[in-house]
Design a protein. Structure first.
Length: 134
C-alpha cells in the first residue's frame, strides 16, 4: 500500500482534528500527520521548516476556510509570500457551501481539490491511488 510521508491539517475545530486523526490511524496511510488549530501556527511551522536544508514538504495540506483570526484564504495569501519553488498541494476541507468559495478555489493554482468535511478514508485512498492501478 502506498503511504503518504507527511500530511498537514489546518483546522480550528478540535473535534474534526480528532476525527481525522482516528481516520489516519485506522487507515495506516500516513507516516506522519501534523495538526494545527490555527493558520498562524501553521505559517510559523512552514517558516521554520523552510529555514532548514533537509525539510520534507507535506504530500498534502488540508485547509479549512472558516477559522478565527486568519482564515484559509488569508493563509494562502501569506503562504504565497514565501515564494517557494517547492510544490505544495492544498485541499480545501471545509463545511462551506458557498459557491463563491468553490469558484475562488478553482482559480488558485495551490488548491488541488475542494472537499466537504469530514475527510473519509475513501478519499485518502483515492489520493494515494489505491485501487486505481497504482
Amino acid at each position: 500500500m502506498k503511504k503518504f510521508r507527511k500530511l498537514i491539517f489546518i483546522d480550528d475545530d478540535k473535534a474534526t482534528n480528532y476525527f481525522h486523526n482516528i481516520i489516519l490511524k485506522q487507515s495506516d496511510i500516513c507516516d506522519e500527520a501534523i495538526f494545527f488549530e490555527s493558520a498562524e501556527k501553521a505559517l510559523d511551522y512552514f517558516e521554520e521548516l523552510f529555514s532548514t536544508d533537509d525539510f520534507i514538504m507535506p504530500d498534502y495540506v488540508f485547509l479549512d476556510i472558516n477559522m478565527p483570526v486568519m482564515n484559509g484564504w488569508e493563509f494562502i495569501d501569506a503562504f504565497e509570500k514565501f515564494n517557494r519553488a517547492d510544490p505544495i498541494i492544498i485541499i480545501m476541507l471545509t463545511t462551506s457551501l458557498n459557491k463563491n468559495d468553490m469558484e475562488r478555489a478553482k482559480d488558485l493554482d495551490l488548491i488541488y481539490q475542494f472537499w466537504n468535511k469530514p475527510l473519509a478514508a475513501e478519499k485518502l485512498a483515492e489520493l494515494a491511488g489505491i485501487g486505481q492501478g497504482s
